[in-house]
Ligand binder design. Structure first.
Ligand code: C5P
Length: 233
């Protein structure tokens, strides 16, 4: 790691240059919530999120979804394609929770009529505000073809993930995806982990994700570890 050129540090990850067109992504033990208001370091979290991401990126690749994953490296890192991240967070919701409930006053746990894809502007200083397709086009953030493609890919990914979690008796409530551009192609990037997804036990509706930290209702690493064991990762 120390031999590699440092590129960028985010809230939960560090990026190093691996070679001309690859990066090494290091998953930190840092955990933040509420746009940085809550902040902690939880030993073992980075390893779990790395494991999760590798597992799901590989699974999605097998099902025909192109991702940035290249090769697993060690406890906390994997090698990924260098991409230009599209500054839109793609949020997929199957059930109402979190900001969706606050925004529309609907009850937490309501099953949505269809999987909903929303976009947020990826900008910490603005608090990642929700953005409509038209607003994204009007401010020339992206083009129509790209935004339509993001939605289609998100729905394809959602089918694959929903099938997987259904079998495990886990509800995939909602999650965030990020995509990047590599040689003109749009591929899935960033991470898929209990930091970026909401999972509930189908029977008990107990949270198996970062909500245990956001809502101070349990130990984050214990929750993530038991989820990992339950999924056999
Ligand atoms: O906060 P909200 O309810 O809109 O989050 C929806 C989903 O997207 C949750 O699973 C959350 O973990 C994820 N998310 C994220 N990063 C953000 C915003 C949301 O991973 N910046």
């Amino acid at each position: 790691l120390s031999d590699l050129k440092f590129m960028y540090e985010g809230k939960a990850k560090k990026l190093y240059e691996y070679d001309e067109d690859k990066t090494l992504i290091y998953y930190k033990d840092d955990v933040t919530a509420n746009n940085g208001e809550m902040k902690d370091n939880m030993k073992g979290k980075g390893n779990i999120n790395k494991k999760f991401s590798v597992y799901f990126f590989k699974m999605l690749e097998e099902k025909g979804i192109e991702t940035h994953f290249v090769e697993d490296v060690d406890e906390n890192s994997f090698i990924a394609e260098k991409v230009d991240i599209i500054p839109l967070e793609v949020i997929v919701r199957n059930y109402a929770a979190g900001s969706f409930c606050r925004r529309y006053g609907v009850e937490k746990g309501m099953k949505l009529e269809f999987p909903l894809v929303e976009f947020s502007l990826k900008d910490d200083t603005l608090g990642d505000p929700m953005i409509s397709k038209d607003a994204a086009l009007a401010i020339k953030l992206t083009d129509e073809k790209t935004i339509n493609y993001l939605k289609d890919q998100a729905l394809k990914i959602n089918k694959i993930l929903n099938n997987y979690f259904l079998e495990k008796n886990i509800i995939l409530v909602d999650y965030k995806l990020e995509f990047g551009i590599k040689n003109g192609k749009i591929i899935l990037a960033d991470e898929i982990s209990p930091d970026t997804c909401r999972f509930w036990d189908s029977k008990t509706k107990e949270s198996l994700d970062k909500d245990v930290y956001r809502e101070s209702k349990g130990n984050l690493v214990d929750t993530y570890s038991s989820l990992t064991r339950r999924l056999g990762l």
